[in-house]
Design a protein around this ligand. Structure first.
Ligand SMILES: Nc1nc2c(ncn2[C@@H]2O[C@H](COP(=O)(O)OP(=O)(O)OP(=O)(O)O)[C@@H](O)[C@H]2O)c(=O)[nH]1
Ligand SMILES: [Mg+2]
Length: 458
């Protein structure tokens, strides 16, 4: 059994919603009481969550079927069924979620990032909730919705600023061991490294991560050696460092030809990658093993070849640590240059999905000055997903609250046209403008008034 798994097929099933209950209230001497069948509970969701402590997908390789809890049925005396429990599956940072057909559904980067893979079925309404002026005592209740199921492919792509690429035994693992606290396996046979190792390197105030990728050989992009599996791990790195062996001569190889072979493989992989080609990424050249006298000589000899190609060249020894400080600062500089081109971090985007809408309680408080505070409306579950904007989320919240009768409650509390409605707490809230007139036409009279506060803050 491998102890590192970076691709698994996983079957997930959300919980079914519980059925609603049809029941009639019974009391002594009152044979025909009102309907009192409770609602079924909602089925649980299956959620993936980035856990910085998870290193591989091994658990899912071992147990590839995961199922969330079913909602319980409603019962008489207005008892609602309990919701089924969610199942939160921890995944490593950098997990890509794909459908069985290969469509990318989510790319989970950043501790705590969540993705709801399958949603639980809604609980069915009981006859108490179905009663209306027309039908005071319905003799029926609604069935719970079945939960959805899906086959997924989870793929791990290492997230590191710098990727070390090179032939087997060039000294990539030795370098990462000398530059960081990582303790990878080092040996004098090829393909010692079978899984990417990650190390955290500091150079002055700079901190960045380095991944040691298993050795690449000619034909890797066609799957030779450890091939594509491992090219995938360098996709997310902004900087590539070619590690070249200057001390272990082999027939038909030298540092320049090794470099050319690896470059060719990177270019060939570009076709697989499409829009984020590897061959365009900033790279530097590390001539390793200069503690060996012949190695130093060869390094000096080939250096101009690389400089002529516009590469920055570092002569180092992972064994004696010579040259590693300069190398670390150069890497830090390249990583910082890349980070500077990134757009400023976007505020957290979230999706609000009140789990049990019927169960959300809220209070409307008049703060004076036509301003109203709605407290306690925090949905029971908050789920993060990247493809929703804050505005959409606010709109969604407004919509749900509208269904809960917030319009009437605001009107009852005396809110007039143009009222400021704050949802949250006095310290943290999302602010809406309230227009009861619009409400008549639109589903919700609450329109988001762009707020700079993060919804996730409250
Ligand atoms: N003399 C000397 N030997 C080195 C140096 N760096 C690595 N080696 C040796 O080279 C061999 C391969 O080192 P690794 O760090 O395992 O090489 P790798 O590139 O990670 O190899 P793979 O994991 O197989 O791709 C080991 O025997 C190391 O001890 C160095 O700077 N000087
Ligand atoms: Mg190695």
């Amino acid at each position: 059994m491998p102890d590192f798994v970076d691709r698994v097929v996983l079957h997930v099933a959300a919980g079914n919603g519980g059925h609603g209950c049809a029941s009639v209230h019974r009391e002594k001497f009152k044979p025909l009481g009102g309907p009192d069948g409770g609602n079924g509970g909602h089925g649980g969701d299956v959620i993936l969550e980035v856990d910085p402590n998870a290193a591989s997908l091994l658990d899912y390789h071992r147990r590839p079927h995961r199922r969330a809890g079913n909602g319980r049925p409603g019962q008489g005396s207005n008892r609602n069924g309990a919701d089924g429990g969610d199942v939160v599956l921890p995944v490593p940072n950098g997990t890509v979620v794909k459908s069985a057909r290969g469509t990318v559904l989510a790319d989970l980067v950043g501790a705590g990032t969540r993705y709801v893979v399958v949603e639980g079925g809604k609980g069915g309404l009981g006859n108490a909730a179905l009663a209306s002026a027309k039908r005071k005592a319905p003799g029926f209740a609604l069935l719970g919705e079945p939960g959805t199921e899906q086959d997924l492919v989870l793929e791990l792509k290492t997230v590191a600023d710098v990727a070390l690429v090179g032939f087997p035994s060039a000294g990539k693992s030795s370098l990462i061991a000398s530059m960081s606290a990582a303790k990878p396996k080092i040996a004098d046979y090829p393909f010692t490294t079978l899984v990417p190792n990650l190390g955290v390197v500091s150079a002055g105030d700079h901190v960045f991560t380095v991944a040691d990728v298993p050795g690449l050989i000619e034909g890797a992009s066609e799957g030779r050696g450890l091939g594509l599996e491992f090219l995938r791990h360098i996709e997310r790195s902004s900087t590539l460092a070619h590690v070249l062996d200057c001390a272990t001569p082999e027939p038909g190889r030298d540092p320049v030809s090794d470099f050319e072979v690896i470059e060719r493989e990177l270019r060939a992989y570009d076709e697989v990658l499409g829009d984020r080609p590897l061959s365009d990424r900033p790279r530097l050249v590390v001539l390793n093993k200069i503690d060996v006298p012949d190695g130093r000589e060869l390094a000096d000899l080939v250096r101009p070849e690389f400089e002529a190609r516009g590469m920055r060249v570092f002569e180092v020894s992972a064994a004696s640590h010579e040259g590693l400080r300069d190398l670390a600062f150069a890497m830090a500089e390249m990583v910082e240059a890349h980070r500077a081109t990134l757009p400023p971090e976007e505020p957290t985007r979230i999706v609000l999905r009140p789990a049990a809408v019927g169960g959300v309680e809220f209070e409307v408080k008049n703060l004076g000055d036509n301003t109203y505070l709605v407290t306690g409306a925090k949905p029971t579950r908050w789920l993060r997903q990247t493809d929703f904007t804050n505005e959409e989320a606010v709109g969604y919240l407004a919509d749900r609250l509208a269904r809960l009768g917030i319009e009437e409650r605001l009107a009852k509390a005396g809110a007039e046209s143009g009222a400021t409605v704050m949802i949250g707490t006095e310290q943290e809230s999302v602010v809406f403008d309230w227009e009861p007139d619009i409400a008549a036409g639109a589903e919700s009279g609450l329109g988001p008034r762009g707020t700079d506060r993060r919804l996730s803050d409250w």
